[in-house]
Design a protein around this ligand. Structure first.
Ligand code: S3P
Length: 183
């Protein structure tokens, strides 16, 4: 099996906050008739609190533990699109699970686009700093090699519409999973 052959029939979306994982994931799931799962939503469901409240009340270490537990609990899934939190690649223990889960796709976008998208939403605890732009740039730089190392396929969405990203991924998925092309 080559490094780019997925082990399981799931698609795992990774990438920085604001890279479009959830939006793309929902549409891709619809197109491929897969189920959609978002690890942040599952954590919120299981802990009974929103992500920003989990960070505020229990801290990031606790959040990362819950995130790892959620990831491992998904290992029996098939035909799912799994959208992951932007920090999932920062934990060494998650890397094996990501690969076991399926085809790992990195959604990339240029830093300015990312900042523009996420500055509209105040829910992200890691950006609740005095200088959110600097925080984004710093985290992006630190994480870029981690995303690259974990991914089996990368798509840059900076100059693409969401539908274009979804179509391209659906097409690529057909190839990597060996599905027949639609007539
Ligand atoms: C985080 C990204 C968030 C969420 C949490 C931490 C990160 O998910 O998991 O706020 O460390 O980048 P999104 O990437 O879906 O925003």
């Amino acid at each position: 099996m080559s490094d780019s052959t997925p082990s399981t029939e799931n698609i795992v979306l990774t990438g920085f906050m604001g890279s479009g994982k959830s939006t793309v994931g929902r549409l891709l799931a619809r197109q491929l008739r897969f189920q959609f799962i978002d690890t942040d939503s599952l954590i919120e469901e299981r802990v009974g609190m929103e992500v920003r409240d989990i960070f505020a009340k229990h801290g990031e270490t606790y959040f990362r533990e819950r995130e790892n537990a959620v990831l491992e609990s998904l290992l029996n899934k098939r035909r799912h699109i799994i959208s992951t939190g932007g920090g999932i690649v920062t934990e060494e223990r998650n890397l094996q699970s990501l690969k076991k889960l399926g085809w790992v796709v990195l959604l990339k976008a240029d830093p300015e686009k990312i900042f523009e998208r996420i500055s509209r939403n105040k829910k992200r605890p890691l950006l609740a700093t005095d200088d959110p732009r600097a925080s984004v740039m710093e985290l992006l730089e630190k994480r870029a090699p981690l995303y690259e190392a974990a991914a089996q396929f990368t798509i840059d969405s900076s100059n693409l519409e969401v539908d274009g990203v979804v179509d391209l991924l659906a097409k690529e998925a057909r190839k990597v999973f060996g599905w027949r092309q639609p007539a």
